[in-house]
Design a protein around this ligand. Structure first.
Ligand code: BV8
Length: 247
């Protein structure tokens, strides 16, 4: 564990930042595996799997509608804003990869971002042939009494997020894997390191020669993959870590 000092970056550094639910915790959004987290209240495979959606689509729509409505009322916190400042400082030498589906990084102003598990504010069609039809999903009561249907073909729609047992978007995954192979610094923030392929990125970055840093309230399951562990809250640590005032 190290105390937090501003990170310095060389002109040749390429930085990949991976974020998880811990980055949104100080915005008031529940994490998954902390005490009182989402997975304490719900069976993960009943709620975040294609089988669970097939069994009870209305239950899954209610779960995601509640999370979307909560996220809509929350605001980016200093951790999100510190990452926007880092993007302004590094430009195309930064890629932000988030597991979060709450949209807070984009609302804070991050643009060089891959939302690898999708986004709460989009739905997509369940029909195979029409599967690529993604539409914004911001109608406040769009899951009651009728569940949303695809405006294109009328089939049942689903939240546009990646569930367990589902492949990630191929293009997104390729972008992330390419960035991890070329990065010189990999920083994971607010993630338990429990879900793959996201949890495997630190190992891949280290194997490719990057310096790996974890910023987390608690030790992550993949702690051994990190050269430096900064234990603390993201909203307090990131403004110091990414402070460019004396850069
Ligand atoms: C796939 C949906 C091919 C959207 C989610 C390899 C090995 C083992 C298993 C697998 C593997 N490859 C694939 C698997 C299966 C599976 C998997 O990883 N299972 C796990 C449980 C073992 N992966 C998949 O199915 C993936 N698909 O790989 O396809 C395949 C398929 C099947 C079999 C083989 C290959 C799809 C994964 C995506 C699943 N979808 N969510 C949604 O509803 O949000 S995952 C869910 O977990 C969320 O997306 C979430 O983002 C993600 C990770 O959780 P975290 O973000 O880390 O959040 P968590 O609560 O866990 O931790 C928060 C951390 O923050 C804590 O450590 C806490 O201490 C810290 N914290 C709290 N407050 C703060 C803080 N830190 C700083 N500051 C604070 N204030």
């Amino acid at each position: 564990m190290s105390s937090t000092r501003p990170m310095t970056f060389s002109r040749t550094d390429f930085v990949v930042v991976l974020t998880g639910a811990g980055v949104s915790a100080e915005s008031g959004i529940q994490t998954f595996r902390d005490a009182g987290g989402l997975w304490e209240e719900h069976d993960i495979y009943e709620i975040a799997s294609p089988e669970g959606f097939r069994r009870d689509p209305r239950k899954v729509w209610r779960f995601y509608a509640a999370r979307r409505d909560q996220a809509k009322d929350c605001h980016p916190n200093p951790a999100h804003r510190a990452l926007v400042a880092l993007e302004q400082r590094l430009g195309d030498r930064l890629l932000l990869v988030t597991q979060n589906v709450d949209g807070l990084h984009r609302r804070a102003g991050s643009t060089r971002i891959v939302e690898m598990h999708g986004n709460l504010f989009r739905s997509k069609c369940t029909a195979i042939g029409c599967d690529g039809y993604h539409v914004p999903w911001d109608d406040p009561k769009s899951h009651e009494p009728e569940m949303p249907v695809c405006p294109h073909c009328g089939s049942l729609a689903r939240p546009d997020v990646v569930w367990f047992g589902e492949l990630l978007n191929r293009r997104d995954l390729r972008t992330v894997e390419d960035a991890v192979q070329r990065c010189t610094v990999f920083v994971a923030i607010g993630t338990s390191g429990a879900v793959y392929p996201a949890a495997g990125l630190a190992h891949a970055a280290r194997r490719a020669g990057a310096r790996t840093v974890l910023v987390n309230k608690d030790p992550a399951e993949n702690l051994g993959e990190f050269d430096i562990f900064l234990q603390g809250k993201a909203g307090e640590t990131l403004p110091v870590l990414f402070d460019a005032s004396d850069a």
